[in-house]
Design a protein. Structure first.
Length: 53
């Protein structure tokens, strides 16, 4: 799940058309790309470990 968040945000960042490029959108994408996956990583792994027990 974390990998899919990471990859999908990077795909959107690199495949978006240049016509919709704006500094605020680039900032939002960089925050999404760098903050959200590491933040959700412990939550996802704790849910996964509960399923394994």
């Amino acid at each position: 799940a974390v990998v899919s968040l990471f990859v999908s945000s990077s795909f959107f960042a690199y495949l978006k058309p240049p016509s919709i490029s704006s500094p605020s959108l680039d900032l939002a994408l960089s925050v999404l790309y760098s903050v959200v996956p590491p933040t959700l990583n412990p939550l996802i792994y704790s849910l996964r470990n509960q399923k394994l027990k």
